[in-house]
Design a protein around this ligand. Structure first.
Ligand code: ADP
Ligand code: MG
Length: 568
């Protein structure tokens, strides 16, 4: 027979004052008047990560109209909304009630992006929400009165306010569901329209500060497309929307310092994800396979063919299978590009602010002084067109510092006082009038993109420690076995829970697909297919509530930065 909330209460009362470990006995499933309560994992002590629990409420009681979750875009948005609502209500009830995390009620809180996550699910049968509770302790003993208060009094109140549709702000629900559906509608047709990015008129791009991703409220200049780049999309909810379309090919963003170039690129970077209403970037939409590229000196590299960019290194180091424990600015940037291409990136996003100068440009005078035989690097300027003509890969490049790039560009956007202008024609005229006198380097073709096969022993989360260790101590680090993976330069990771999910997916890859024959690309495709079909739970070993979807590029970025990785 199913245990009830009364059984839970009685059990808790019996446990009062006993050692904290006795809490393990409450693991299980309990029926409450409106819902089912699942205690999946009980923390080992009051200071450990809080216990993992779930609530499942049937639709007959929750009453969410089907149209709010009838397609994946809407379902993701609705789950996001419910998560945020739970976060808001839980904060009102959450408070320290004893030692350590005693009495804390929390959920994996989303940021500005609306992402597929495991904190909430809605379907025709039920709504499920996953969250965390710090089981209360006095010292190291069980505090049952407080435990009853949290689990049997506070949680029902929160559930009532979050999981019953009639209690929610209907306009707010509608707004997020429609916004996300519209954003996905744009992203879906972007390629067919010959575009790699769209920035809606009226979009608010600058952020509150370098550490606060919320919109800059005061004195923000709203985006306005120049007439030449104006495109229109017809959206399912909003109807027609206008803005700037960035066409496939090579696009330069130029302009004076402090005129908003990097801010525009950063918004485009994040445009691979959807945003909450009010963010300002709801309708900044980018090709889903656009990858931010930057220099990252110090990173490790395992057997990458960087020969399209780098040849004839000192000491005859191989560049067709380049490995290093400590890449330079230029070799790291070349590696980041090749690894993105290996994952079939369709568009590269590059900012001069975070690039290696000698990777980006080698001008006429430098070519005269340092002969090509003594310069291993073929600069990006000589490869950016070939990337497009040979492989169909577009580039959006912020470059205020070198007009030599005008020869390579299809489109030139000039930022002036935070507003874009079409500078394509003028840049072309200037390019005709003032030749760069550069000699083209690196041959007439981009070169091949070679796939690597990871070796199973080199990707092992159990290595060097007792059992598997997977952790995401912050949004920039994975602990994988005894290795620490530094993701601080992987700029399209936006949440710690993405990092956590990537860590799980790495261990999943190792146990399912890394066989010494499959390429990294084959492996990631299989993982993404599994997730597509069964959700993120597929790659995790338990029903975690704090996993968030990631792209194949960020998964590969983590694997590529694992210092034990070996490939052939
Ligand atoms: P650039 O890359 O051209 O040097 P940035 O993009 O770094 O310039 O922007 C410079 C400053 O201007 C930043 O503090 C940024 O937040 C702010 N800014 C950017 N775009 C806008 C805008 N549309 N309205 C108001 N301020 C902006
Ligand atoms: Mg800048």
């Amino acid at each position: 027979m199913m245990k009830t909330h009364k059984d839970l209460e009685n059990k808790l009362i019996r446990l009062d004052g006993r050692g904290y470990k006795a809490y393990k006995e409450i693991k299980g499933i309990y029926t409450f008047p409106d819902y089912i309560f699942l205690i999946d994992h009980v923390q080992g002590d009051p200071f450990a990560a809080p216990s993992r629990v779930r609530i499942q409420i049937p639709q007959s009681i929750a009453g969410f109209p089907k149209d709010l979750y009838q397609n994946p875009s809407r379902a993701t948005a609705l789950a996001d909304f419910i998560t945020r609502q739970f976060d808001r209500q839980a904060r009102k009830k959450s408070r320290r009630r004893g030692t350590g995390n005693s009495g804390i009620i929390s959920i994996d809180r989303p940021g500005q992006e609306v992402l597929e996550r495991t904190s909430a699910f809605v379907n025709t049968d039920q709504v499920e929400i996953r969250f965390f509770v710090g089981l209360p302790a006095r010292g190291r003993g069980i505090s049952s009165r407080q435990a009853v208060e949290v689990l049997c009094e506070d949680l029902p109140v929160i559930a009532e306010r979050v999981l019953k549709f009639h209690r929610l702000d209907r306009a707010a629900v509608q707004s997020i569901v429609e916004t996300v559906e519209d954003a996905d509608a744009i992203r879906e047709v972007l390629r067919d329209r010959g575009l790699v990015a769209f920035v809606a008129d009226g979009a608010l791009l600058p952020r509150s500060s370098g550490v606060d991703p919320r919109p800059l409220e005061a004195e923000a200049v709203l985006f306005q497309s120049p007439p030449a780049f104006r495109v229109t999309f017809d959206l399912p909810n909003l109807g027609p929307i206008h803005g700037m379309g960035i066409p496939r090919g090579v696009t330069l963003i130029v302009g004076g310092g402090y005129h908003g170039k990097s801010t525009l690129l950063r918004a485009i970077e994040r445009g691979v994800y959807n945003h909450i209403p009010g963010d300002g970037r709801e309708f900044v939409i980018t090709d889903p396979d656009a990858v931010k590229i930057r220099a990252e000196d110090g990173r490790r590299v395992a057997g990458v063919d960087i020969s399209p960019f780098i040849n004839n290194l000192p000491q005859k180091r191989s560049t067709t299978s380049f490995s290093t424990e400590n890449a330079s600015g230029s070799t790291s940037q070349a590696t980041n590009i090749i690894e993105a291409l290996e994952m079939e990136a369709k568009c590269l996003l590059i900012d001069e602010d975070t690039s290696a100068t000698n990777f980006m440009i080698r001008d006429h005078r430098m070519q005269e002084l340092i002969a090509k035989e003594r310069e291993p690097i073929t600069p990006f300027i000589d490869k950016v067109r070939q990337l497009f003509t040979d492989h169909g890969i577009s580039t959006i490049l912020v470059i205020g510092g070198s007009g030599d790039y005008f020869d390579a560009a299809d489109t030139v956007i000039a930022m002036e006082h935070f507003l874009p202008q079409d500078a394509t024609k003028r840049a072309r005229e200037i390019a005709r009038k003032y030749a760069t006198e550069r000699t083209r380097e690196g041959g007439s073709l981009f070169g091949n993109i070679r796939h690597r096969i990871p070796l199973p022993h080199s990707l092992d989360p159990g290595r060097g420690s007792r059992g598997v260790r997977l952790k995401a101590p912050d949004a920039e680090t994975i602990t994988f076995g005894s290795e620490r993976i530094d993701l601080s330069s992987v700029e399209q990771i936006v949440e710690k829970s993405q990092v956590r999910a990537i860590a799980h997916a790495m261990a999943y890859a190792k146990s399912h697909y890394v066989d010494g024959h499959r390429t990294l690309h084959d492996i990631v495709e299989l993982i993404m297919e599994d997730i597509q079909e069964e959700g993120l739970d597929r790659v995790a070993s338990a029903p975690y509530g704090d996993l968030v979807c990631f792209r194949k590029f960020e998964w590969a970025a983590a694997v590529n930065r694992l210092r034990t990785l070996a490939t052939r």
